[in-house]
Design a protein around this ligand. Structure first.
Ligand code: NI
Length: 251
């Protein structure tokens, strides 16, 4: 299985990062991981993990909640990072109105700059969208980019708009939650050549480990659930999601 979105730079992994990553690859059937950056520091950390582990790849970029730290200088730094051979995407980028909309205009401007960078460099993007779907789609559809909506929590109607334009949809542990509605509907609806799986570790751990620190080994519950919803096997979903990740990120 391939985890297309995780944060192993998070301090929650400081105690056992090396042991954990090694065991994920050697004992838990994890083939590759894309570690997503949120600012300069975590983007550089993602690159250092990618340099250390053959099966870790990096995404670099500015998360909407990090907009205060964004500057011309940091944008130039992100640009430079894109030439690293193990940087496979720009992300995670997007909009987030969950904690308020005071910085909405700055978020939008930063998002547009990073999308334009993706167009200019032909890199795929990893999109974060929270409580702002209309604004997010309006901006995204202005750019001829490919990529994935990570931890997608939108409706089937929104999924359709994205699928029609070639986007991939990524599922986390939330599809296994007892109260899951949209992720379950989408797990049945999204064509198999557009499904990706991720953990967003250390967050969003699948049932029955919800609330615990997440890592890529728990992705098996997400794959299992998607297989159950689609009335197919774990192996089938594992295979198609791996193929999709390889196609999108060139890994
Ligand atoms: Ni994330």
């Amino acid at each position: 299985m391939i985890d297309i979105h995780a944060h192993y730079d998070d301090e929650k992994f400081d105690v056992d990062r090396e042991v954990l990553l090694t065991s994920l690859f050697n004992e838990h059937g994890v083939k590759s991981i894309v570690n997503a950056g949120c600012n300069i520091e975590s983007s550089l950390f993602s690159i250092s993990l990618a340099e250390k582990y053959e099966n870790v790849y990096a995404a670099v970029g500015f998360h909407p909640q990090e907009v205060d730290m964004f500057s011309e200088e940091s944008f130039e730094q992100i640009k430079k990072m894109l030439s690293h051979p193990k940087v496979v995407a720009i992300g995670e980028i997007g909009l987030d109105y969950h904690y308020g909309t005071d910085d909405k205009e700055q978020q939008k401007e930063m998002f547009r700059k990073q999308l334009q960078l993706a167009v200019d460099t032909n890199m795929p993007v990893i999109i974060h969208e929270r409580d702002c779907v209309a604004d997010c789609l309006e901006i995204v559809f202005d750019y001829d980019v490919r990529g994935v909506f990570h931890a997608f929590s939108g409706s089937k109607e929104t999924a359709k708009l994205l699928l029609d334009r070639g986007w991939y949809i990524s599922f986390t542990g939330t599809v296994t939650f007892k109260n899951a509605k949209f992720p379950v509907e989408n797990a049945a609806y999204v064509p198999e050549d557009r499904i990706l799986t991720e953990t967003d570790a250390p967050y969003l751990t699948a049932h029955p480990f919800r609330g615990k620190r997440n890592d890529s080994s728990y992705m098996k519950y997400t794959i299992e659930k998607i297989a159950e919803i689609r009335n197919t096997t774990f192996e089938h979903i594992e295979r198609v999601t791996e193929e999709n990740a390889k196609r999108l990120f060139g890994i």
